[in-house]
Design a protein around this ligand. Sequence first.
Ligand code: ARG
Length: 607
Amino acid sequence: AILNRAVAAEKAKLSSSNNMDNLQQLLSEIFEAAIKSAFPDLPDPPVVIALSGNNVKFGDYQCNSALPIANILKQSGQKCPPKDIANKIVAHVSPSPMIEKLEVAGAGFINVFLSKTYVTEKLSLILKNGIQPPLCDKQRVLVDFSSPNVAKEMHVGHLRSTIIGDSVSRLLEFLGHHVIRINHVGDWGTQFGMLIAHLQDMFPDYQQKSPPISDLQAFYRESKTRFDEDPEFKKRAYACVVKLQAHEPSYLQAWNLICDVSRKEFQKVYERLGVKITERGESFYQKLMEEIVKELEQKGFLEEDEGRKIMWGEEGVGIPLTIVKSDGGFTYDTSDMAAIKHRLEEDKADWIIYITDAGQGTHFENIWKCAERAGILNRKVHRVDHIGFGVVLGEDKKKLKTRSGDTIRLCDLLDEGLRRALDKLKDKNRHQVLTAEELKKAQESVAYGCIKYADLSHNLNNDYIFSFDKMLEDKGNTAVYLLYAYTRICSIARNANYTPEKVKELINAVSISLDHEKEWKLGKVLLRFPDVLVKITQDLLLHHLCEYLYEVAVSFTEFYDSCYCIEKDSSGDIIKVDDSRILLTEVTAMIMAKCFHLLGLNPVSKM
Ligand code: ARG
């Protein structure tokens, strides 16, 4: 996002603000200014800031602009060694409290060493004020996710969309954006004709009494079989669609009943996973679809094609959208055209994010191109993204199915997660230590946490194998490892006999020291949190946050292994508590808790 003026002004007084600094962004600004004053004739100089990697010799960040600048100069006939360019840039960097020192190394890399005073101060600000998001330009973002289809199955793909969408929404909400979470439910297709016709036969009194359909998918299959095999039924089904779209009351009622059964099923999943979302299905757009068809027709965008009305994103390239079917009905394409218009013009969205399987990528590209042609979408001011994810596979590397080949019901999947999580906790004898209530909390935390984390920690461009065994491993970058690590960190102050009140007192009385190499490393990792969030707003890949969380946990373990927080004598009595380290532990727990929250995981303090 482009930073507006108000934000820039706010940024200027950053050191006094409560918000966390986005270090990479700040360094970019510092170096951009330096490069521009060192090379005023370069119109758009490259500003490249990267993390330095593991060798402390190379500092914390690097500015790698000297080489590309040398290349640009070369092209205009000026020969200047990158090393000289790097030195010139360094000479123009204005002093900043963030930077301890700059060093030019190798072929012209500028190594940036962060200031210990600065890092220490920022950590104590977090302790005092909580984790405040980095400043950014606030936008209205519409996140279209989950979006299952009524009466058809809600499958693991919808689950993945639900989990990713919830996390993306949480992250954007934390950054201060206005997020509109939309469930674009498939609730308006021709399938309703056969469903209604079947309902009329099975439950003729449906207008007086709610039909007891418990298994809507079975109901769907029955009606589909009749539709395929019985021409009379098929005819009636078509007639039902027409009456439904004409909003005849008894047909609307039947439709509502069917949607309600689905809605209750979906809601159960959302509640168990703690996901909030507003339903605005395809049916919502009926009127708007009629309007947009007229609009596109009048503007001359629609072409006749064997009775259909189609629209090209780019004339003759790829496949066109079907805006009106030959029977006059609307399609998935029509509803998305109506939806994008409504979202940009009524919701005033600055940014729309769609989350589905990767297979729908061309569909959305097409929608955007058509919306641009029609003057609805302007990609210079609006941002649109499709988060397309890979397929969820079973351990046999085929599409995840039950043994009998059916789609797995999500409730069953979540139940299995609960069962497996409990087994895991019992393996570790936790049931003997925890109260029944604590055990239940831990069980849910692990079960839902591991399913979500598996979805989020895999690069979403790839397919991934759904395996409870893998998810529940307690080593490596898994939810179980991280949730345990968090619990252990939370127990440190408890083991020192420090109450939460006592820790609060320390915050004002004690300053954090980062003298030990491992303390210093952990402190810097903790301050990278905003960098990670901002990166995700750019590429929308949530596994960065999982990797970061894992890095925090690992850095903490390294710190804890070599730095005593609590010293005990041979009889186990506490002889000394290191207050500064207790505080560092506290900040670590805060950052981890925030990461968990953004990923939709519920850590527990006892497990
Ligand atoms: N219902 C669709 C499906 O199950 C997903 C809808 C995604 N959102 C949209 N605006 N098209 O594949």
